[in-house]
Write a protein that binds this ligand. Structure first.
Ligand code: PMP
Length: 379
């Protein structure tokens, strides 16, 4: 099997699974129980929280565990907009966001909030002048994805955060789900930061929202204190430990892993450039882990299934998008409907090998030939 869909989800690291199993089997207590078993689980929960906090450069009190980035994004947006509704009802975001942002702001828009989308530059970066011009007296929240999930566009969220320091009433949320482990993260000028375990070789069903101390949120799940007051329910200590371990491993040997993926990316792109019907949508501004391409005249689903016949797995758009229409992100970048309705995503990992890339390129060439009509000799 050649798995090239690491941005949809990653295989769990065996050490992460071992830690999860150990906690499940050996620490059965409820972390909120006052007896010995409860205290043991509580201490593990505290240690996992501290490890996540240390690795992200924040305080333990700034870590909120969630079920994944979708919940983190919902909590960040709905929780802050409700808490600070006295400041106004204007939200700024971009069209490069994941559906868990776009659908959440759509929902808020239907409920009286005003949402505006910041323009991007030709290279995919947020247009800072447009951002500044769209800020209003009643702007409460700016939400921007650090790395776009479909094309891999990387935003300079530190610079955006610095700019927003001039507007102290605005809360700055960053969706870092595709960024952690793929690019350097610095939370200095960021108020809220979402990420997920299963994108960093951890388990599905655990995520995190970093919430800086000066920010308050209204919980979206009610029912008493858990690990924090922001997210009720019996603490899932085994999952907290699993994401703490996954994060530690994801950041270990960062440069070595990054350079390997960068090398694969260059090799892959150089070969894709020689293919007739292929347009590469990812640019120099993207993380090397994501290569978005459009293959003219072949439907993305057709290509995806054809490759799967040869045991190669890639994505059309993101796994979480609703329908099969064109990719909003690719359209936002290229302003070309043809390209945006024919895009597929190839996503790489430090686990990917050059042999896998060569096999993919060979099969891709064959499938493109099979799926297109050779007009030469006919017309
Ligand atoms: N944001 C981005 C940028 C993503 O890529 C994803 C997952 N595709 C999510 C949020 C949602 O993550 P989760 O699956 O953990 O809910």
């Amino acid at each position: 099997m050649v798995y090239l869909d690491y941005s949809a989800t990653t295989p769990v690291n065996k050490d992460v699974l071992d830690s999860f199993n150990k906690v499940c089997l050996e620490y059965p207590g409820n972390a909120n129980s006052l007896h010995k078993l409860g205290r043991e689980s509580y201490h593990l929960m505290e240690a996992a929280t501290k490890q996540v906090a240390d690795l992200m450069g924040v305080d333990s009190s700034e870590v909120i565990f969630t079920s994944g980035a979708t919940e983190s994004n919902n909590l960040a947006i709905i929780g802050s907009i409700l808490k600070y509704k006295n400041r106004g009802n204007h939200i700024l975001t971009t069209k490069l966001e994941h559906s868990s942002i776009l659908e959440t702001v759509n929902y808020l828009e239907k409920n009286g909030f005003v949402v505006e989308y910041i323009n991007i530059l030709e290279n995919g970066c947020v247009n800072l002048d447009d951002l500044k011009s769209k800020i209003r007296e009643d702007t409460v929240l700016v939400s921007i994805c650090q790395v776009n999930s479909e094309i891999g566009i990387r935003q300079d969220v530190s610079q955006i955060g610095k700019l927003l320091k001039d507007y102290p009433k605005i809360i700055f949320h960053v969706d870092g789900t595709q960024a952690v482990g793929k690019t350097k993260v610095n939370l200095d000028n960021i108020d809220l930061y979402s990420f997920s375990g299963h994108k960093i070789y951890g388990l599905k069903g655990i995520g995190c929202l970093i919430k800086k101390k000066h920010i308050e949120l209204v919980p979206i799940i009610h029912g008493g204190k858990s690990e924090t007051i922001y997210r009720s329910g019996t603490p899932t200590v085994s999952l907290y430990v699993s994401i703490a371990k996954a994060l530690k491993l994801a950041l270990m040997d960062f440069d070595k892993k990054y350079h390997h993926v960068e090398y694969l990316n260059k090799y892959l792109k150089a070969n894709l450039e020689t293919m007739n019907l292929v347009n590469i949508n990812s640019n120099e501004n993207c993380v090397p882990h994501i290569v978005n391409i459009s293959v003219k005249s072949i439907k993305p689903e057709t290509l995806m299934h054809a490759l799967a016949e040869s045991n190669i797995y890639i994505s059309t758009k993101t796994a979480c998008s609703f329908d099969n229409s064109m990719s909003l992100s690719v359209y936002e970048l290229t302003k070309n409907k043809e390209i945006a309705s024919h895009s597929v995503r190839i996503s790489l990992s430090y686990l990917t090998t050059i042999d896998e890339i060569n096999y993919f390129l060979k099969i891709l060439k064959e499938k493109i030939k099979e799926l297109t009509i050779d007009l030469e000799g006919i017309i």
